[in-house]
Write a protein that binds this ligand. Structure first.
Ligand SMILES: Cc1cc2nc3c(=O)[nH]c(=O)nc-3n(C[C@H](O)[C@H](O)[C@H](O)COP(=O)(O)OP(=O)(O)OC[C@H]3O[C@@H](n4cnc5c(N)ncnc54)[C@H](O)[C@@H]3O)c2cc1C
Ligand code: SF4
Length: 483
């Protein structure tokens, strides 16, 4: 009997007995010194085996956990039948960036946490299957342009080419609108290209997904800072855009504001990762981007950004890459997988530790960090136990490079140059979560610029929600104009 028929015909009980298929990965020792992708992806045989574990539930709980409503059992069912290209096309009906999501989405807290197989065994590896289908389609070169509605004559501008703007663009193009996307940087993708490192998300994957949207009709304008070259009001009044989506992200780094933070070789995680990723310091010596290649690199923070920074430090040649975090492993906001990978690669962790000040040599280059030990008190507003300093517990850590990865704030350029745009107290745009509508008619917003630093899939979900509302706004104003 052929493999696919055999798997489809298996009774549910038998399918439940199949263990979750592990992801092949590069060896930790080897990969900690190169920038190639860590997980190697499923083979077709592995993908069929894993897809067979899906029970194709009549009321699939996994979809409820997905902010972009991917038809999960449908695409997994197609993989189980060996119809890989069709699976990719099904994914793309609702998700413009499946190869990205399959790599970086926290499925363990979204679709996979609600998967019924997780009750008795491990959940279906939805993310890995998503990655497999999208990669298979790309490798075969069988990209399918979706059905696009006849032109509506409406022009829409997206400000910022991250996952929020790209998703909103993809949905509005399908509805027949003319979509222009304006990006401040010289490359599209937002954090996907300037933040998340090559070994987790190769640039070629992001570029292929952007190329797909361009092939669908999206017009991309790089090196264009909205707020400097055109304001939002100018886009509407002088450039004749009928609606605008602001997806400018949370690109302004936060600092601890402790003594010595301005010494040389102390970087924000944004600068550190941008120099290495977008400015290609990782391709040294082919690209001689200025960056300090330290031997003892300390990263402050416990999120995904801190894990990316610390793992990147090893790949840049650090002998010690040390994460300094003021709570314990349990409270770390980074994905389990990222922490696990960092540990495997040799990243060292100093938990319950907070930096107090930095010292430098005669040239102003950082040499050590004075720290204090912490203990956990009562839970704070985030629900996590508040770290409290232990008096008299100060000690020093020697270091020659520091990366501060304690969070990002709203990108201020558009808010500062758009009169009438309502903001919240943190400087994020105040937008309706159900529609993305802002205080200015025709102007919508979503992603990190609204929520503060969050996730790729949440930004994409916000882009989707806004696209729906913008379409209604654009078609309603059309009806009003013709009656
Ligand atoms: C290092 C790092 C690792 C991460 N890892 C993960 C992960 O593993 N999984 C996950 O789900 N999330 C992760 N995140 C978070 C995730 O990347 C973000 O939540 C997501 O990218 C937000 O999307 P966005 O479209 O709102 O903004 P962004 O991705 O920030 O994109 C905004 C874009 O707008 C552009 N822009 C800003 N101002 C202007 C302007 N005035 N004019 C024109 N363009 C402008 C910016 O240059 C940028 O390209 C990570 C974040 C970082 C920093
Ligand atoms: S909940 Fe799990 S088993 Fe059910 S359809 Fe979704 S992925 Fe398949």
């Amino acid at each position: 009997m052929d493999e696919k028929k055999k798997s489809k015909g298996l009774p549910k009980k038998e399918r439940m007995k199949i263990p979750r298929t592990p992801m092949p990965e590069q060896d930790p020792k080897e990969r900690s010194r190169n920038f190639s992708e860590v997980p190697l992806g499923y083979t077709p045989e592995m993908a069929i085996k894993e897809a067979t574990r899906c029970l194709e539930c009549k009321k699939p709980k996994c979809i409820i956990g997905c902010p972009v409503e991917v038809k999960i059992p449908e695409f997994i069912g197609l993989i189980a039948e060996g119809k890989f290209i069709e699976a990719a096309w099904t994914l793309k009906e609702t998700n413009a960036l499946p190869a990205v999501c399959g790599r970086v989405c926290p499925q363990e807290t979204q679709c996979e946490i609600t998967c019924v197989t997780g009750k008795k065994s491990k959940p279906v590896a939805i993310g890995r299957l998503e990655r497999f289908a999208a990669d298979y389609e790309r490798a075969q070169g069988k990209m399918q342009i979706p059905e696009i509605a006849p032109p509506t004559g409406k022009r829409v501008a997206m400000v910022g080419c991250g996952p929020a703007g790209l998703t909103c663009a993809g949905d509005l193009i399908k509805l027949g609108h003319e979509v222009h996307i304006f990006e401040a940087l010289h490359a599209p993708g937002g954090v996907l290209v300037y933040g998340i490192p090559e070994f987790r998300l190769p640039k070629a994957i992001v570029n292929a997904e952007v190329d797909y949207l361009i092939a669908c009709g999206m017009k991309l304008h790089l090196n264009t800072i909205i707020g400097k070259m055109y304001t939002v009001h100018e886009l509407m009044e002088e450039e004749n855009f009928d609606a605008i989506f602001i997806g400018t992200g949370a690109g302004a780094p936060a600092f601890m504001r402790i003594p010595g933070e301005n010494f040389a070789n102390i970087y924000s995680a944004n600068e550190w990762l941008t120099r290495i990723n977008l400015m290609r310091a990782y391709e040294f010596p082919a690209c001689d981007t200025p960056i300090h290649r330290g031997k003892i690199i300390c990263t402050i923070g416990g999120g995904n950004v801190a894990m990316d920074s610390a793992r990147t430090a090893l790949r840049l040649g650090a002998e010690h890459s040390i994460v300094v975090y003021r709570r314990t492993r349990k409270e770390m906001p980074a994905r389990d997988e990222e922490i696990h990978h960092a540990k495997e690669e040799g990243v060292e962790f100093h938990f319950l530790t907070a930096p107090l000040e930095y010292s430098a040599d005669d040239e102003g280059k950082v040499t050590e960090m004075r720290c204090i030990r912490m203990e956990l008190g009562e839970p704070d507003a985030s629900g996590r136990r508040r770290p409290l300093p232990i008096e008299g517990s100060e000690f020093t850590i020697e270091c020659d490079t520091v990366v501060v990865a304690i969070g990002n704030l709203a990108n201020p350029i558009v808010p500062d140059t758009t009169p009438g745009l309502k903001l919240n107290k943190w400087g994020n745009i105040d937008a309706d979560r159900e529609t993305g509508a802002t205080s200015i008619p025709g102007v919508y917003a979503g992603g990190d610029i609204v929520t503060g630093a969050a996730t790729v899939i949440e930004a994409m979900g916000a882009g989707k929600v806004a696209a729906r509302a913008m379409h209604e706004y654009l078609t309603k104003s059309e009806t009003a104009a013709t009656t």
